[in-house]
Write a protein of this length. Structure first.
Length: 289
């Protein structure tokens, strides 16, 4: 179904489940002239569970200004059901900053999709702890900032990155950024940092996981995209994918296949985040796709 981006709004809701939620929400939107074009819902349990819902609706015939609608919804519906909720408008493109090291495959996939109009974001800058990818990034017309970081300069480097990011980025993507962010840094962007890595963890942690996997003769490899938390690689998972491999695959084959999986998985996760299709529920996600 084709809808006009300029008139599309999205509503995400999480609350204790009880009868009447869908009726109250849809009635409110109807009463104010909105046309619902997409609705998904999920409850964790028929009795006493937690309820999640995502709606897309069209706004050209609203009977109140767009900036008035959220306050009216909060007072009329949300407070009575104890909702955590969020409304956004597709025309307001989020600002996505990218952090990367030397591996360029995930970064290039995002920049390519953005250039083609497949990712409805603005990209204010790319930050790297190496200067290798400057030319590749700047060919897309995107600002590139080199912020070296090591154990001795970690705190100062993060402060420099925060100074660049907090006024210019709504969320961050770690496109194979090979440095661990401090808990203090992560806290500045709760559920707004997306990371990609291979899916061997914890079996093949550390250096050269594809060599380790090859040595063990794995039959499946994969990639995982998740939100970053203070617990390393333990954040809520957004998307995963796998590919079957055989004894004929050598280490370079595994790396190539793994890079392709990482590109696709990260791109899907970022798109779902941008389209407000994800609700974080503890250490899990509800993903309406």
């Amino acid at each position: 179904m084709t809808v006009e981006v300029d008139t599309t709004a999205r509503l995400l809701i999480a609350c204790p489940d009880r009868p009447g939620i869908v009726a109250a929400v849809t009635r409110f939107l109807f009463d104010h002239g909105a046309n619902i074009t997409e609705l998904d819902q999920h409850s964790t349990d028929p009795e006493g569970g937690r309820f999640f819902m995502r709606l897309e609706f069209q706004t050209p015939h609203l009977d109140v200004p767009r900036d008035v609608l959220p306050a009216a919804f909060d007072q009329t519906v949300a407070q009575g059901f104890g909702m955590n909720w969020h409304v956004s408008y597709a025309v307001e493109r989020p600002r996505m900053a990218i952090l990367v090291s030397r591996h360029d495959h995930a970064l290039m996939e995002l920049l390519w999709r953005w250039q083609r109009g497949e990712l409805a974001v603005d990209i204010p800058l790319v930050i790297s702890n190496h200067a290798d990818l400057r030319d590749a990034v700047e060919r897309f017309g995107v600002r590139f900032e080199h912020v070296p970081i090591d154990a001795a300069t970690h705190a100062d480097a993060e402060q420099r990155m925060l100074a660049l990011l907090e006024s210019s980025a709504d969320f961050l993507v770690l496109a194979r950024y090979m440095r661990i962010l401090s808990p203090a840094f992560v806290e500045r962007f709760p559920s707004r940092i997306i990371n990609i890595h291979h899916s061997f963890l914890p079996a093949f942690a550390g250096a050269d996981p594809y060599r380790q996997a090859y040595d063990r003769g794995v039959k499946l490899i994969g990639a995982t995209a998740h939100y970053v938390t203070a617990d390393l690689d333990q954040g809520p998972i957004i998307e995963q994918d796998t590919a079957r491999v055989s004894h004929r695959r050598e280490v370079p084959d595994l790396r190539e296949l793994g890079r392709d999986l990482e590109r696709q998985v990260l791109a899907r996760a970022v798109r779902w985040h941008v389209e407000d299709r994800i609700i974080v529920n503890g250490n899990k996600t509800i993903v309406f796709t």
